[in-house]
Design a protein around this ligand. Structure first.
Ligand code: NAD
Length: 488
């Protein structure tokens, strides 16, 4: 008799639940991402989806020309409508995202969409400046690039499409997306949402475009097309390198491996809860999420006990070794060298599903798998993007900073620390040089969820734009009036 794996059951259940919540049938019967229909949602044709990248770019360019003719107020109306629809349809996109990719948690994905709707800056982010002096007036304005080519990940698919769209449209651009193939239905749902909002707010019918079937070839067409003036890439190291080699202006938001230090002055109980809350948010898919902990030996036992009180399940060194051989797989590179990469079937999965792979049965109350580990352990060195958290004991702040900086691998992405010692906090922040540094809070505070500041799902460390927003997608233009237009 044919057997059905737990993973398949989970996907089918997610699919059925999603359909029930939306009170419609799913877009496709298949559970394989590649077979999802990315052109329609329950029989409704999605707007702005093309089978040819050149056609997609031409339509995004027409949208850009229409937006250029609009006032800033009209542009803001489009953004207001995108925010409204995003809040309204967040549950649908959250369910679709989990059903299509098999990764993450529906409720957390819903919250991520609300965050994008509420905290992504709009046109107010574009600020002009003026310089006056004896020689007259010089005006500096932030202009659109034209059509932006955006590559988006599978980990936050619709969140990134909507967040990018708000910022790029606020800056006056059109956008063409080449989304992750494993999340194409979810990404295209978001592209359609932006176009529906645009039309409803008096804009062109199509402003953002995407592909029926995105491929590396369609990405290559995008990277070399003359209409594409800016590339924005959110993903792992491979794709960031590809766009940075394109010869075009590019914004690269790449991989991280965020370390957490907990020293002996921390509120250890709170640190344990914050770390588990951050690490398990959307099953560790956010690139900012806690990936490995460096805990002072003197508080490590208390920290581990606190984590267990908050839904962590501790495995032994032997179990961790077996799990490492499941969640990481060997891959031969073009140069013939073998390296370990994450097993896609484990990324973003629930802790109980991952534990089941090594024969450990637990319930859904287990949110996170923890273990004690040496610095060189695979769990410390690799960006796993799943709820597995290794804890390395350190003797003092010197060792903690040294190892945490090494584990971050120079990504300069995100780091976290729980401490009340200002000197220790400052030392680590300076040494690690990350774009985001979160003190005494879960990782998501760093993108405005329970912390101050705007949000983004494109954190551009390698190219330096940081927490991207509308102004990141503009180019500076200067207008000079010599010897006049001063009023003093
Ligand atoms: P991924 O790197 O597998 O894919 C990202 C996108 O790039 C996809 O659309 C993919 O099809 C495309 N792609 C891959 N190689 C390409 C190439 N050579 N040329 C053109 N396109 C190519 O990413 P993923 O697994 O979906 O996302 C996880 C990774 O992204 C993690 O490393 C995570 O840290 C990172 N990430 C970073 C940020 C950030 O803001 N810095 C945000 C989300 C995810």
């Amino acid at each position: 008799m044919a057997t059905i794996s737990e993973e398949e059951i989970r996907r089918i259940v997610a699919s059925v639940v999603s359909g029930m919540a939306a009170k419609k049938a799913m877009p496709a019967e298949s559970t394989k991402a590649a077979e999802w229909d990315s052109t329609q949602y329950h029989g409704r044709r999605l707007i702005g989806i093309y089978s040819d990248m050149n056609e997609a770019i031409e339509n995004a360019n027409a949208g850009y020309r229409a937006v250029r003719a609009m006032t800033v107020e009209q542009r803001e109306k489009i953004i207001t409508e995108i925010r409204r629809l995003t809040r309204e349809e967040a549950p649908i996109m959250a369910e679709l995202g989990v059903a299509e990719t098999g990764m993450g948690k529906v409720e957390h994905k819903r919250l991520k969409h609300i965050l994008v709707a509420d905290k992504t800056p709009g046109t107010e982010d574009i600020v002009s400046s003026a310089k006056t002096g004896d020689s007259g007036l010089t005006l500096i304005e932030m202009a659109p690039f034209g059509v932006v080519g955006a590559i988006t990940p599978s980990t936050n698919p619709s969140e990134t499409v909507i967040c990018n769209s708000i910022g790029m449209i606020a800056a006056g651009n059109g956008v063409v997306f080449n989304p992750h193939p494993n999340a194409i239905a979810t990404s295209n749902y978001a592209v359609d949402l932006v176009n529906r909002a645009c039309k409803a707010a008096g804009g062109p019918d199509i402003l953002v475009c995407s592909m029926v079937k995105p491929t590396l070839e369609s990405a290559a067409v995008m990277q070399s097309h003359p209409f594409i003036r800016l590339l924005v890439c959110t993903g792992g190291p491979g794709v960031v390198k590809a766009v940075l080699s394109s010869g075009k202006k590019a914004i690269g938001a790449g991989a991280g491996n965020p370390p957490v230090i907990v020293d002996d002055t921390a509120d250890v109980k709170k640190a344990a809860k914050d770390i588990i809350d951050g690490c398990t948010f959307d099953n560790n898919l956010p690139c900012i999420a806690e990936k490995e902990v460096f805990a002072f030996d003197s508080i490590a036992d208390q920290l581990i006990a606190g984590m267990k009180e908050n839904g962590a399940y501790q495995i032994t060194a032997e179990q961790a070794a077996r799990l490492a051989s499941v969640v990481l797989v060997e891959k031969k590179g073009k140069d013939g060298r073998v390296s370990k990469i994450v097993n896609r079937d484990c990324v973003g999965r629930d802790a109980d599903v991952i534990l089941d792979k090594i024969g450990i049965k637990v319930g859904k109350e287990v949110r996170c798998i923890i273990c004690e580990a040496e610095f060189n352990h695979d769990f410390v060195q690799h960006e796993l993007m799943m709820p597995i958290l290794p804890i390395v004991r350190v003797s003092d702040i010197d060792e903690a900073i040294d190892l945490a900086v090494k584990a971050e691998h120079g990504n300069r992405h995100t780091a976290h620390m729980h401490s009340k010692n200002i000197d220790n906090l400052s030392r680590f922040a300076k040494a690690v040089e990350t774009t985001i540094f979160v003190k005494n809070a879960p990782s998501y505070a760093g993108i405005g969820f329970g912390g101050e500041g705007h949000t983004t799902f494109t954190i551009a460390g390698p190219t330096g734009e940081g927490i991207t927003s509308a102004r990141s997608f503009t180019r500076q233009r200067r207008c000079v009036m010599a010897d006049s237009f001063r009023i003093i």
